[in-house]
Design a protein around this ligand. Sequence first.
Ligand code: ARG
Length: 606
Amino acid sequence: MLEISAKLEEALNRAFIKVFPKKNRSPKTSSILTSSYLVPASKPEFGDFQINCALALAKEIKQPPRDIAQLIVDQLQKDNEFLKICKAPIIAGPGFINLSINSKTLISQIHLRLNNKRLGVPLKEFSKTKKEEKENNRVIIDFSSPNIAKEMHVGHLRSTIIGDSLARVLEFCGYEVLRINHVGDWGTQFGMLITHLKEVVPEALHKKDVVEIRDLVNFYRQAKKRFDEDQAFQNKSRSEVVKLQGGDQESLTAWQLLCNQSRKEFQKIYDRLGIKLIERGESFYNKFLEDVINDLKSKDLLVNDQGAQCIFLDGLVGKDGKPQPIIIQKSDGGFNYATTDLAAIKYRFSNPPLGDGAFRLVYVTDAGQASHFFGVFQIAKLAKWIPKDYQVEHVPFGLVQGEDGKKLKTRSGETIRLVDLLDEAIQRAKKDLKDRLKMETRSESESFIDKVSTTVGIAAIKYADLSQNRVSNYQFSFDKMLSLQGNTAPYLLYALVRIAGISRKGGDLNVSSQNIQFNEPQEWSLIRKLLQLDCVIAEVEKELLPNRLCGYLFELSQTFNRFYDQIPILKAHEPSRSSRLALCSVTADTLKLGMTLLGIPTLDRM
Ligand code: ARG
């Protein structure tokens, strides 16, 4: 619909020029006309679009709104480009103009989408030759980003799922996306971890073959406990940090070992979720931190506050109401989380080879880090590290809660491990499937059951997360996410299975735009829904809200199910049979594409 609505807007502007010649326009009239766009019709009975500037204009030029609407309509009726696309406009109510796209246009648009990979979604072209056009199409999405030696928690799961889906949508639109895993692989916690390692598994540092620390999370807990309780251990840990930062070989080996071990654990989760990331942890930016300080100093942005190098920003106050500094360098010379993020922004916007050369940076973390990013982005702006027209954005999300509305925990009150969460979803999907098979007296192989329940289980977790507006907290419920009813992954997967079944029986498709024919309202509603995909993708690209895509796919499946339940497909006469099968095919492709953009694989049978 993007292309059609653009053409209609052009026709509308031509009509405006005729009815309200530019030289006669008052400033108010101009402003009404330049901001008068087509809006999608609020109800299907009203057609596809509505123009509602006549009411606002009526006050300004002192004419009844219906008369104004009539003048606009008269012009549209003389416009050939308009007439090719639309039926005769209808003036409704106090002076709205309702527009309906004609059947010919709808049919040719649907025909264009048949067996077409892009399904009407334009691919952004980035010209390398024309100077005025933006050559840069590189976007960085910073997502997942767990911390070494700690457990990846549900917050990281949300970041991983949302970040992956945004990356897929932007890639599909034509951007080059760098998926960066900004893992927490540096900082004072390594002092205690290495000290503990040297004491409990000293052989780890000398043996040729790699020593496994089986339970890294437990290892972290033990180290932390000793750090909190034992002064001597604390002192050793502190000097260990200094050694590590100074590049001591043995400390670096120990650090490497811990990172490798964690990396392996994280990778298991990424593999199960089908996530691709480039790991570039905090430590990568160490060599640029000094430069960050010098640059900020030279721009007179740093304030010495009790030995620490700080920046005070307008609007940033602490709980006590006093201005809250962002500490860039601690009084002992150490650097902070924020310092690393500043170095990262600089690097990401700088041109290769000493940077990524991106024009848009997207950070996917929980909403709790909003003020961190607000501060860091402000500083980067003050330091002029963000080139004109380039963007940095924090994409925040809410908490994952249990069904009781509290923080998600196991029955015994511990934090839930991600692997257990995935396993349980798969187990439950398996049970549901087996029950269903029994009811349908169907028998399937073990490998079929495994494949379907793994796909459905993971799909349910991902979809439950993506279908919520990410900003709000969401309640984690296995029962809801695995239900075959409602806005869930199983519902959508099932719609696809249904269509695959019809298509198998329908045989080869052979339709041209000449012999396609539609007569039923259910067909037209499905067509109109299908044609909305491009607008939905454009919205997600701009607002970075995957739930918009989920909502659309859900509505599409509902519209399809009504079509399927209310009118015959395989038993219909030609040309309806082929025309309806063509709609099935475009629906299946649209659902599949949508699910792929959410990072969810689909099934032919389930
Ligand atoms: N490691 C951080 C955490 O677990 C998230 C990092 C997000 N990315 C960034 N560039 N700060 O909270």
